[in-house]
Design a protein. Structure first.
Ligand code: NAD
Ligand code: TDX
Length: 336
């Protein structure tokens, strides 16, 4: 198979490229990425010289570039990771989220129709379901939970999902959608909770916890997410949505305290700051469909996965310190 992976220089896309290039030497992986602030070619160093991997710089919303690429490469399948992915940035400046996440996705859908792509997989998020209350631990998101978004980011992702599913119903495009919970693991950009807290704790800087820190996220190791996407791409039923999550719910405060303990840093570094506007309270995924239909099972449990992730950040300081010293700093100064 020749597979187009978009957004493969980002966190999950980068991990997915590693996973696929190593697991399927007979497949060809083409990575299309615009290299925005979140795209980092350093992440691809371990695979950049492999014969079954190729990088193309470009914007998924650039119709000419996308159509030319599809015409030239004749892809069998596409996995669309490319997105603006940070909720806080979407509150600061929503427009680019519409351009990349909605227009970019429809551009890829149009090219897939035009050139007869056999599988279009959309990487989506549990945030499209909105949130759950803290006092109802019995409730989980299933694939039939109504979409009920809170942020410009989640609204743009939900819009993209609807376009993907409409292209199946109206045009018969062979699509699948996965909606995953919060990922953690190597190459996670240090604007997101876990890598931000690790990098700041190591520098003995204050750790900004939004609101009370009681918000709950359902954490999944990125490698388990990659394995789920691979399964859905090969065996998922066309036109279907699959939730991905490993039942690892933690409050933000629990996550931050785990990081502080592992790094032997004091809890006095925690600083409660102004809450995120519209802050979702709790995410919790029911992955039964993926488990029973496709036999997916996560490999990592959060307690060991987070320790390995902290180790990874300790052993790859150059990777994230280069990011922090660059363009990212300006955004960071504005936020805090
Ligand atoms: P990321 O921000 O780390 O990476 C996004 C990548 O997309 C970057 O390499 C960036 O350069 C690229 N990109 C952005 N705009 C582009 C454009 N117009 N054209 C081409 N490339 C572009 O994001 P991530 O955390 O790896 O998330 C990847 C996907 O997974 C997103 O679609 C996100 O919505 C979804 N998702 C993320 C999580 C999570 O916990 N991070 C959970 C569920 C779903
Ligand atoms: O400095 C912080 N302090 C803080 O308390 C940051 C950056 C976050 N938080 C809180 C907000 C959230 O409750 O931590 C939680 C996690 O925040 P993020 O890392 O920004 O992730 P989240 O908003 O949950 O969204 C993530 O998971 C779903 C990804 O960024 C999305 O792309 C994905 O769809």
């Amino acid at each position: 198979m020749k597979i187009l992976v978009t957004g493969g220089a980002g966190f999950i896309g980068g991990n997915f490229v590693h996973y696929m290039v190593n697991k399927y030497p007979e497949d060809m992986i083409v990575n299309l990425d615009l290299l925005t602030y979140a795209g980092n070619l350093e992440t691809l160093k371990p695979v950049e010289n492999k014969p079954n991997y190729k990088f193309v710089k470009g914007n998924i919303a650039d119709r000419k570039l996308v159509f030319d690429l599809f015409e030239k490469e004749k892809f069998d399948a596409i996995v669309n990771f490319a997105a603006e992915s940070h909720v806080d940035r979407s509150i600061e400046d929503p427009e680019i989220f519409v351009i990349t996440n909605v227009l970019g996705t429809t551009t890829l859908l149009d090219a897939s129709r035009e050139f007869g792509v056999k599988r279009f997989h959309q990487v989506s998020t549990d945030e499209v379901y909105g949130d759950l209350p803290l006092d109802r631990p019995d409730l989980f998101f299933t694939e039939t939970t109504p979409l009920h978004t809170s942020s410009p980011y989640s609204s743009s992702k939900a819009s993209a999902d609807l376009f993907v599913l409409a292209y199946h119903r109206t045009f018969g495009l062979p699509v699948t959608v996965s909606r995953c919970s919060n990922n953690y693991g190597p190459y996670h950009f240090p604007e997101k909770l876990i890598p931000l807290m690790i990098s700041r704790a190591l520098a003995d800087e204050e750790l900004p916890v939004y609101g009370t820190g009681e918000n709950v996220r359902d954490w999944l190791h990125v490698e388990d997410h990659c394995a789920a996407i691979d399964l859905i791409l090969r065996n998922g039923r066309i036109g279907e949505v699959y939730n991905v999550g490993g039942h690892n719910e933690r409050t933000n405060l629990e996550v931050v305290k785990t990081i502080l303990k592992a790094l032997d840093k004091p809890e006095s570094l925690i600083k409660y700051v102004k809450d995120r506007p519209g802050h979702d309270m709790r995410y919790a995924i029911d992955p039964t469909k993926l488990e029973t239909e496709l036999g997916w099972k996560p490999k990592y449990n959060f307690d060991t996965g987070i320790q390995q992730t902290i180790e990874w950040y300790l052993n790859h300081k150059e990777w994230w310190q280069n990011i922090i010293s660059g363009e990212y700093t300006k955004y960071f100064e504005k936020m805090y």
